[in-house]
Design a protein around this ligand. Structure first.
Ligand SMILES: NC(=O)c1ccc[n+]([C@@H]2O[C@H](COP(=O)([O-])OP(=O)(O)OC[C@H]3O[C@@H](n4cnc5c(N)ncnc54)[C@H](OP(=O)(O)O)[C@@H]3O)[C@@H](O)[C@H]2O)c1
Length: 266
């Protein structure tokens, strides 16, 4: 076994799609891996292939992150395995139905996975990163985090949470040598769409990226030191302008008096 210089990356939702490509790319970058998802057979097959191809150590943890006991097992791994340097919070589900046709039980399950599990795993990982003086968290959000009118609103809201949480952590952890990146993929060719309720064939091909290109772009953004990466956005200056507009609002978002236009009878 080659010396492990990068440490271990724990990747959730690694049994398919974007997470499986992260596993491939991070193993090739020299990381050992801990792969998490429900489908153990798929995780085992990927682990065997990556260990053979790259010589890295690849472990599998079969867990339903929507189940408190299973989630607790993964949190424990993050709290106790000091070799972990990177957490990729990728497991997630979406929906394309509107409020009038969506099932509230499924909406709540989505919040549990996309929001609660991601939050608990981050809380489990970061104290160890702080103690060890470095670490990275890569949070897979979505462009619907800033364009929630594009798909189901609960899904958009869950991804807006991921973006907001990430931006807040970037500030909180700035002095601790911890990188926190939000990745905002557009439509990506994975099983996501079938599970979300709209087959991929129904999405115009000109807006769909391969999972390989998406992850390679996201990792290029990580290498560039980006805090927010939108793989398809042609001009990074457009994001900078969006962020500058947000920052311009900040000093006026909390003041002792209402704005003049809200002063009744004035
Ligand atoms: N595809 C897109 O267009 C797109 C666009 C923007 C953002 N994203 C985001 O990208 C991330 C990955 O999605 P994907 O496109 O790669 O879809 P995917 O192929 O369906 O992958 C989802 C992964 O999450 C795992 N997962 C689902 N429920 C789980 C649970 N309860 N516990 C543990 N693992 C669970 C799945 O594995 P098991 O079934 O084995 O558990 C699978 O490995 C998601 O957060 C998604 O919101 C996707």
């Amino acid at each position: 076994m080659i010396e492990n210089l990068n440490g271990t990356a724990l990747i959730t939702g690694a049994s398919s799609g974007i997470g499986a490509i992260y596993a491939d790319r991070l193993a090739r970058r020299g990381y050992d891996l801990i792969l998490v998802a429900r489908n153990k057979a798929r995780l085992d097959a990927l682990a065997e292939r990556l260990a053979d191809d790259t010589g890295r150590a690849v472990e599998v943890v079969a867990a339903d992150l929507g189940n408190r006991d299973d989630l607790g097992r993964v949190e424990k791994v993050l709290r106790t395995d000091a070799s972990i340097t990177t957490l990729v919070n990728n497991a997630g589900i979406g929906a394309t139905a509107t409020l009038l046709s969506a099932d509230i039980v499924k909406m709540e399950e989505m919040i549990t996975l996309n929001v609660s599990a991601l939050t608990r795993l981050t809380y489990a990982a970061v104290p160890g990163f702080v103690k060890r003086g470095s670490g990275s968290v890569i949070n897979i959000a979505s462009i619907v985090g800033i364009a929630p009118e594009r798909l189901n609103g609960v899904y958009g809201g869950s991804k807006a949470f991921v973006l907001a949480f990430t931006v807040s952590l970037q500030k909180e952890l700035a002095d601790y040598n911890i990188r926190v990146q939000a990745v905002l993929p557009g439509a990506t060719a994975t099983d996501f769409w079938d599970i979300a309720g709209t087959p991929l064939e129904h999405i115009p091909s000109e807006i769909v990226m391969s999972a390989e290109d998406m992850v390679d772009a996201a990792l290029a953004g990580f290498d560039l030191g980006e805090r927010v990466t939108i793989p398809s956005l042609p001009d990074a200056a457009d994001w900078d302008a969006y962020e500058a507009a947000r920052q311009k609002l900040v000093p006026n978002l909390s003041r002792s008096v209402p704005a003049a236009r809200y002063r009744l009878g004035g």
